[in-house]
Design a protein around this ligand. Structure first.
Ligand SMILES: Cc1cc2nc3c(=O)[nH]c(=O)nc-3n(C[C@H](O)[C@H](O)[C@H](O)COP(=O)(O)OP(=O)(O)OC[C@H]3O[C@@H](n4cnc5c(N)ncnc54)[C@H](O)[C@@H]3O)c2cc1C
Length: 450
């Protein structure tokens, strides 16, 4: 495998190649950027991929589970070479209150075999591997280089300004894959407005544990792994939590709605500490040595926050276009980033070959997103972010459900069993949930997830 071409960094001490003008400049060496660069380079275009970190992925974090089937088209049999920690064979959805826990636990050994389903992977390894694929296809990968602005010719975007001594780089098309809060998409005027309510902040601890301990605690063997998505455990702040197994570490974290976190004046590390102290979580993470603490924003609102994805001379992919799918039981960003990067690459090749890189010439990108799972899933699940993060789903339903189940299994002899309908009615009232709201939320959930 060819290592990405890297430079030592801006400020004079550049040992890498001098930047030459390109057909395509891709900004950001995350999954979106590397897939875009890979597709465009394979088609024979001159591609430069610019990454601000010392290597692609060095600055990147996420929860920990990637769903790579979209790579079937791009890197056949990717599973033979991808840097995977464990293959997910157990997937649990857990509901937590302060003292209770309820899980729906599913496992499938089919997912242990190729082509697999999900995998835990470490981003510095995953992103570096994808960038190496782009470099092997001919893309020039230039690291330690921050893009500081767009170059324009009238309306048209014609390149980027960087912090390198050799500075500006012109290109026929710029592919902005600079992640959440994309400075480039904003500078191009593609975001109408920014709203803090559209974002969550994700905070994660990586805790080292011996493989044998993880296997025993999570009831798995070999390279099998576990994905636990948690409703509750966020200390009263709207959001969710997760716990994933790597080979010799576990990732435990929370995703918190930004305005609620600010209003409650809670610190994320306190919330993770409380999550780890929960009686259902402690036995899984106990004794783990903290080897990494990281935090990052998530564009959570889906369709409600998506910018225009095409301008004259530029397309936007991945989190930069808010394409991460955060829909309660699903948190999928890497596959949406890889797919949108791939479609961006294909559309750029089409436009360059046709000699029209205007917004019209690049319109194939919007069409590809619309015809694929990327926008179809977002459309189908458009109500999910607001439903899942609503106060009722976050704070009233978990105790209502957990108390109902606790009473179902509690043996209060000499009293006879009260019957599910009665318990549910009493717990609904105790949780302060009106029948009308329950019916509306159930209907919304059916329409969203059905
Ligand atoms: C806490 C948390 C948990 C998550 N869990 C999951 C999960 O389990 N599974 C999943 O699929 N998704 C998850 N996601 C979402 C996922 O991380 C993102 O959707 C995905 O990383 C988006 O990829 P991207 O390539 O668009 O952007 P990024 O991965 O953010 O990459 C952007 C790249 O651009 C570079 N860059 C930025 N600005 C510049 C600049 N000006 N010049 C040069 N380079 C620049 C950055 O250094 C970075 O390498 C999670 C996110 C968070 C925060």
């Amino acid at each position: 495998m060819t290592a990405p071409t890297t430079t030592t960094g801006p400020g004079g001490d550049v040992t890498g190649p001098h930047l030459t003008d390109a057909d395509v400049v891709v900004v950001g060496g995350g999954p979106a950027g590397s897939c875009a660069a890979l597709v465009a380079a394979r088609a024979g275009l001159r591609v430069v991929l610019l990454e601000r970190g010392p290597f692609p992925g060095s600055k990147n974090m996420y929860g920990g589970v990637v769903y790579p089937r979209i790579l079937d088209q791009l890197i056949p049999q990717w599973w033979t070479q991808a840097p995977v920690q464990r293959w997910i064979t157990r997937r649990s959805t857990m509901l937590l209150t302060d003292t209770q826990a309820m899980s729906v636990d599913f496992r499938s050994q089919a997912w242990a075999a190729a082509p697999h389903n999900g995998a835990t992977a470490v981003r510095p390894e995953w992103d570096r591997w994808l960038a190496e694929e782009a470099a092997a296809a001919g893309a020039q990968v230039v690291c330690s280089t921050t893009v500081t602005g767009l170059l324009r010719d009238g309306h048209r975007i014609v390149g980027v300004r960087t912090d390198r001594p050799d500075g500006d780089l012109t290109a026929r098309v710029v592919v902005a894959c600079d992640g959440v809060n994309s400075f480039l998409a904003k500078q191009a005027g593609l975001y109408e407005h920014a709203d803090a309510a559209h974002y969550t902040v994700g905070v994660k601890e990586t805790l080292a544990l011996p493989k044998a301990t993880i296997d025993e605690r999570f009831n798995v063997r070999d390279r099998d792994g576990v994905d636990i998505e948690i409703l509750g455990g966020t200390g009263g702040v709207n959001g969710g939590a997760f716990l994933y197994t790597n080979l010799e570490s576990v990732s435990v974290g929370v995703v918190l709605k930004v305005p609620k976190l600010a209003a409650q004046q809670r610190r994320p590390e306190e919330i993770i500490a409380a999550l780890k102290a929960h009686p259902a979580i402690t036995p899984l993470v106990d004794g783990g040595e903290l080897v990494e603490y990281s935090a990052h924003l998530i564009p959570e609102a889906g369709l409600a926050m998506m910018p225009k994805v095409v301008a004259d001379g530029m397309v936007v992919a991945g989190d930069a276009a808010a394409l991460c799918l955060a829909a309660g039981i699903w948190l999928e960003g890497v596959n949406f980033a890889m797919a949108s990067g791939m479609y961006a690459g294909e559309s750029v090749v089409e436009a360059v070959r046709a000699g029209d890189v205007s917004e019209t010439g690049l319109a194939g990108y919007r069409r590809r997103l619309a015809d694929s799972f990327v926008l179809r899933d977002h459309r189908k699940l458009r109500r999910a972010p607001s439903l899942v993060l609503s106060d009722r789903v976050q704070h009233r339903y978990p105790p209502m459900i957990a108390n109902t189940i606790e009473r179902m299994f509690r043996v209060d002899n000499p009293a006879p069993k009260p019957g599910l309908r009665r318990i549910l009615a009493e717990e609904r009232k105790r949780a302060g949930v009106r029948v009308r709201d329950l019916a509306r939320d159930a209907w919304d959930a059916m329409r969203t997830f059905g």
